[in-house]
Design a binder for this molecule. Structure first.
Ligand code: NAD
Length: 422
């Protein structure tokens, strides 16, 4: 059985996000009106993106931008390029961004964008035209005080540079604070490119120790070898964790004595995939998720741990590098099996924390050193870990429930303090 089989795991991220919210709202004692307000996006737009292809033909693409909430500050969230993007997926991802920003106490609401495109099928020049047209279409919604995009699946710092440039040209002056995750030479922050993975590894270390497992003696499997998974594997390896299995969308590789991550990175740079890496054996996606390891880091897409495979997960600790990798059904199974699941809104918050640092630096036109960024990131991640674990213990609930309650309460308080207009 393969996780990529849609019959086994068609992800329903919006249902999952609403189930999690429903539970938190129930525990916090809010009424149906508050649930309805928090379950619905504040604003959303769907745009058509006509693309002139390099061969002269025209193709019509679809893009979305959803602002779930901006009660605590401007909306913030990534932009995804994937052939699987749907409006409901973007809505779910935007909601999770609201909780993540509130949990980490960065002064933002949540947003997300997506374009339904497989970026690997397009040239760089075509991707630039898609990005600029999409940015132009959504530009009335974005801006440093409105909504600040960042990279996500299928986009990168070059995408953010094109977005920033398009928005700036339209406004007649350079607006560095309109996107984060930009190249360092163009107002990006030192440490942003690796921030999500650093955060994942800080929290993974704390989570393993909470289960009496010393990271230097632990084993791990990482799903996804993109911006999050690749550096998570590298930093785990540097911490002394033996990374024994890694995957990407094309396949998975494993070695029980530990993969040589530096060599694997060189292989991926040369070939575009982990597949064919000589110093390990090929395994299936399902084998990777069910590997006998101390730590599993899903760092790819939503819904990969579901009712059909959760009972076969053998990792003691699961740290969610991806957004929404675990369905509510899988959460119940993993809880019953006494697995520790560190939820996405805590585990992968390093990216938005350093995006916040980047926005602060851009707005002040004053740049911090790499050490300063790393120290502040570690401090915020570990404080959030402490806060969420204590709350979970106090309430006797899983970490996800505790984290969602803390976040939802902060957002609900902002709603209550601001009141309804008119
Ligand atoms: P990316 O596009 O850089 O990499 C995605 C990786 O996942 C690729 O290696 C791809 O081949 C692999 N993949 C896709 N489908 C797969 C599957 N079914 N099985 C195995 N591998 C698969 O994207 P990213 O930025 O690394 O994002 C990964 C996840 O982390 C997403 O859920 C994203 O929302 C989340 N996230 C990213 C950031 C960030 O800063 N980039 C921050 C927070 C959360």
């Amino acid at each position: 059985m393969d996780v990529l089989d849609p019959a086994v795991s068609t992800p329903q991220p919006l249902d999952d996000a609403r189930t999690q919210l429903r539970q938190a709202v129930g525990l916090l004692g809010y009424d149906e009106g508050m649930f309805a307000m928090l379950a619905s996006p504040r604003r959303e737009v769907t745009v058509s993106i006509p693309l002139r292809r390099d061969d002269g033909t025209t193709e019509l693409l679809t893009g979305h931008r959803v602002q779930h909430n901006f009660s605590r500050g401007p909306a913030k969230g990534g932009l995804r390029y994937s052939k699987d993007v749907t409006l409901d997926e973007v809505r779910a991802l935007a909601m999770w961004m609201t909780w993540k920003c509130a949990l980490l106490n960065v002064p933002y609401g949540g947003a997300k964008g997506g374009v339904r495109i497989d970026p690997r099928q397009y040239s760089t020049a075509e991707l630039e035209r898609v990005t600029r047209r999409y940015t132009s279409e959504i530009s009335p919604m974005i801006g440093p005080e409105r909504d600040i995009p960042a990279p996500d699946v299928g986009t990168d710092e070059q995408t953010m540079a094109w977005m920033m440039d398009t928005y700036s040209v339209q406004h007649g002056h350079t607006v560095l604070g309109v996107t984060t995750g930009k190249p360092v030479s163009l107002g990006g922050s030192l440490g942003r490119a690796t921030a999500t993975s650093r955060g994942v590894v800080h929290v993974a270390g704390a989570a393993l120790r909470s289960r009496g497992i010393e990271p230097a003696r632990a084993t791990a499997a990482v799903q996804g070898f993109g911006k999050v998974g690749r550096y998570a594997a590298r930093f785990l390896d540097e911490t002394g964790v033996r990374v024994i299995a890694v995957s990407d969308q094309y396949g998975a590789v494993a070695s029980s004595s530990g993969l040589d991550i530096a060599a694997l990175e060189r292989h991926v740079d040369a070939t575009g995939s982990v597949v064919g890496f000589g110093c390990g054996e090929e395994i299936t996606h399902d084998d990777l998720l069910t590997s006998e390891v101390d730590l599993l880091v899903p760092a790819a897409v939503e819904g990969v741990l579901h009712g059909g495979n959760a009972h076969r997960i053998r990792a003691q600790v699961i740290v969610e590098g991806a957004n929404g990798p675990t369905t509510p059904e899988a959460d119940l199974v993993l809880r019953a099996a006494d697995r520790l699941v560190v939820p996405d809104i805590l585990a992968n918050a390093g990216g938005v924390i350093v995006s916040y640092f980047e926005w602060v630096q851009a707005n002040q036109a004053y740049w911090w050193s790499a050490d300063e960024v790393e120290l502040r990131l570690a401090d915020r991640m570990l404080s959030a870990w402490e806060h969420v674990s204590r709350h979970a213990e106090r309430l006797g609930v899983p970490l996800r429930t505790a984290a969602t309650c803390l976040a939802v309460e902060r957002v609900a308080q902002a709603h209550q303090l601001r009141g309804l207009y008119p």
